[in-house]
Design a protein around this ligand. Structure first.
Ligand code: SAM
Ligand code: SF4
Length: 460
């Protein structure tokens, strides 16, 4: 398969036209098929992105909620981004780290500074990090990035350590991806930003302006042995309906070629940023945003879906129920910004600024189970092996126990005195009872007690 076949704009535009007026009958047929959790074709997804009928949209949300629940259950995995360098040679119109920003002083963290940042994150309860850097072949070399990954893993505090590091850095070579693999990264995430070639060209200058380099990056990561990769679009730059079909095309391409679809799909929406004058031409409304999350959940049912603090607490709350399985919390997009009072000069403005504990408290009120699980990756359940488990919904049998254990750890270490402890343990008891396998349930109960008595990092 050639790179041309990852996205065929003519085909996508043709589908968007053909599916412009979806009938209720056809939509219900598609929802019924989606409920089987085998995904959707581009054309089927086309009918859904063109959906306007309010009643049918509610049915779409209901189906998405059901699929999310059957595959990912009640769990919501939390992580924090860590920005270690904002040096960047690119001119992305939408990003505050673009080269033309001469107002901010650029910063690249030393390993000592990284240790301080990581300690801060560990001490607020995080176990998973998404590493973020600008693209600068001289300042942010791959050896620096791999060194940062190793450094982060090495940081220990009495409250634990970071157990999984996902990486979001510029498209690079197979050789460089091999170095990341060797440093034991989790998922390699890279957003296409927009699948629309002309828009991509308009909004980028510098090495990132190469659309083909960007869209083939995941192929190179696979070649280097990284088998958990993440896709994403920066919504607002082009018609969201086109972008959703783009994401689906890319997912289907990866699945066909490597037998592994995207481990995650991220759905960032454009946010204002200090030196950015760009105004998105295709602003996505809240209603359409929720719709696109639900459609992606139906189209690529097994994929982890990520929402960030770019979104408000209200939107996040809704999104958690219709497809999202991972969320960042208490994020700072300023390099070295954790634990500092000043929050200026970040990549973009965040919207949900609540501390992790508050996010968790609200999630619990909605009967969701916060999870800090990192077991799959540490036990080699990645790539094809992970897909074999997640597609039929079997990942459930590990996720719920691991979610319960990692959340129990969180409660013991970070929530004993802040009012979340009681509610959290109530939610744990509730979902413990929902483990059908009696032996597994007894084992989880035993391990929960061990955690309450001081054991840590127990997982299946
Ligand atoms: N520099 C690398 C790259 O561009 O691929 C790593 C990722 S960058 C630090 C993280 C992501 O932030 C970008 O891929 C982009 O989608 C998103 N982003 C940039 N500017 C943004 C803005 N103003 N609002 C929301 N998201 C933004
Ligand atoms: Fe640099 Fe990434 Fe920002 Fe573009 S999105 S300016 S590559 S940090």
């Amino acid at each position: 398969m050639t790179k041309k076949m990852i996205i065929n704009e003519k085909i996508i535009n043709g589908i968007l036209k053909k599916t412009g007026k979806p009938s209720a009958g056809r939509v219900r047929e598609i929802l019924k098929k989606a409920a089987l959790k085998k995904g959707l074709s581009l054309e089927e997804a086309g009918y859904l992105v063109n959906l306007k009928d309010k009643k049918l949209i509610q049915e779409l949300f209901k189906t998405a909620a059901r699929i999310k629940n059957e595959i990912y259950g009640e769990r919501l995995v939390f992580f924090a981004p860590l920005y270690v360098s904002d040096y960047c040679v690119n001119e992305c119109e939408y990003c505050n780290f673009h080269k033309k920003n001469t107002e901010s002083t650029r910063k690249k963290l030393s390993f000592d500074e990284i240790e301080q940042q990581v300690k801060h994150l560990i001490n607020t309860g995080h176990k998973r990090i998404l590493l973020e850097l600008g693209e600068d072949p001289e300042k942010n070399t791959i050896d620096y990035v791999a060194g940062v990954v190793r450094k982060i893993y090495s940081v220990r505090t009495p409250k634990g350590n970071i157990r999984r590091i996902n990486v979001n850095i510029a498209a690079t070579t197979v050789e460089n991806y091999r170095k990341l693999k060797k440093a034991q990264i989790g998922t390699y995430q890279l957003f296409q930003e927009t699948y629309h070639r002309a828009t991509f060209k308009k909004l980028h200058q510098g090495p990132k302006a190469d659309y083909d380099r960007q869209i083939t990056a995941h192929d190179r990561a696979f070649k280097a042995g990284i088998d958990d990769v993440g896709l994403g679009v920066l919504f607002g730059m082009y018609d969201w309906r086109f972008e959703v079909l783009g994401l689906l095309s890319h997912s289907q391409y990866l699945e066909k070629k490597f037998n592994v679809g995207p481990h995650t799909i991220s759905v960032p929406r454009f946010r204002p940023a200090p030196t950015v004058t760009y105004k998105p031409e295709y602003t996505v409304s809240d209603d359409d945003f929720l719709k696109l999350i639900a459609i992606i959940r139906l189209s690529v049912p097994y994929t982890g879906m990520i929402i960030s603090t770019r979104e408000s607490a209200q939107i996040r709350r809704k999104a958690f129920h219709i497809g999202i399985s991972q969320a960042s919390a208490a994020s700072v997009t300023v390099v070295g910004g954790y634990g500092k009072a000043e929050g200026l000069g970040g990549q973009f403005e965040v919207s949900d600024e609540r501390p992790l504990n508050e996010v968790i408290k609200n999630v619990l009120k909605d009967k969701l189970l916060p999870s800090f699980c990192t077991a799959c990756y540490r036990l080699g359940r990645t790539g094809e092996h992970f897909m074999e488990l997640s597609k039929p919904g079997n990942i459930h049998k590990f996720c719920r126990p691991n979610g319960l254990l990692t959340f129990a750890e969180y409660l013991e270490d970070f929530a004993r005195t802040n009012g979340t402890y009681k509610l959290g343990n109530k939610v744990i008891s509730h979902y413990l009872k929902e483990i059908n396998d009696r032996d597994m349930r007894a084992l989880v109960e035993k391990k929960l007690n061990e955690i309450r008595n001081g054991s840590r990092d127990l997982y299946f």
